[in-house]
Design a protein around this ligand. Structure first.
Ligand code: GLN
Length: 278
């Protein structure tokens, strides 16, 4: 007698059980990975494919997740602000908490014409703003060539490539911004995690450390970048800087010492998340 092949539903159940040892979202992870293996959306799968045989390749995806690899890297895509962004281990995975930065940009400067993203990564912040402000043009800088390649692919896929320039630059280098001009909006989600912070294995083992860690107190990049903001802002311009939820006071103080006014925006969890400098 041969064993009946597992159905999609049975394979999801087994995978969810296995992943529950390492993931807080085991059932969801299993469903998302199964939909990816089937090449359909999760709702298409739930509505019509649960009795199909388990597809080839699902087990390998579950093995990767069981080793803590983020689902976004396994799928190669993360939705952010309602848009699909290609992601890989060369870029930080866009977080829902960062959407408040985009919302703030769109509500406080809907008329913005020139936008700069410092540390553009996948392009999530800059490209979400450009996708929603048809008159705006943007420059994204990053010190990682691999991240810039991903940002360029995302700009093209989101049909904003004609309005986005993606350039290699590093705010730790002298004169990095000399040729860029001034901006109505400066966006930044710099590294801000303390070097010895306790992070989930899925973050510490897979996401790029250059995008996460910023010295013993997590403030090293703000100390270098924030003092340069006055020289980047056009009259009436705003700089929107993402922060760790306990960093607002320290980051506002750095800006205050350089003549910047500040207010704070909170994320969906009610935590301080963005300092708005003007
Ligand atoms: N929000 C990220 C985290 O939770 C950190 C992002 C950053 O350092 N810019 O790990």
């Amino acid at each position: 007698m041969t064993m009946a092949a597992a159905t999609v539903a049975e394979a999801i159940r087994g995978a969810a059980l296995r992943l529950s040892a390492t993931s807080d979202t085991a059932r969801l992870d299993a469903e998302v990975l199964m939909a990816h293996a089937l090449g359909v959306t999760r709702s298409q799968m739930l509505l019509g494919r649960m009795r199909d045989p388990e597809p080839q390749g699902f087990a390998v995806l579950v093995d990767r997740r069981a080793l803590h690899e983020p689902v976004a890297y396994i799928r190669g895509v993360q939705e952010f602000f309602g848009l699909p962004f290609r992601v890989g281990p060369e870029v930080l995975i866009p977080r829902g908490d960062s959407e408040v930065l985009v919302e703030t940009a769109l509500t406080e400067r809907p008329d913005a014409r020139r936008v700069l993203d410092c540390g553009v990564g996948s392009g999530a912040l800059l490209l979400a703003v450009l996708a929603n402000l048809a008159q705006a043009e943007g420059i994204g800088i990053d010190r990682s060539a691999a991240a810039l390649a991903t940002a360029r692919a995302n700009a093209a896929a989101l049909a904003v490539g004609g309005r986005a320039r993606l350039l290699a630059a590093d705010w730790h280098q002298p004169d990095w911004s000399a040729a860029l001009g001034r901006f109505d909006l400066v966006l930044a989600n710099p590294p801000y995690v303390e070097d010895d912070a306790a992070l989930d294995a899925s973050v510490r083992s897979y996401e790029p450390h250059g995008a996460l860690f910023s010295g013993a107190d997590g403030l090293d990049d703000y100390r270098v970048l924030v003092p340069q903001l006055p020289g980047l802002l056009a009259p009436g311009g705003l700089a929107l800087v993402e922060i760790g939820h306990r960093q607002a006071q320290a980051v506002i103080a750095i800006g205050g010492a350089h003549g910047l006014h500040a207010h704070v925006r909170r994320d969906l969890g009610g935590r301080d998340r963005v300092v708005v400098f003007s």
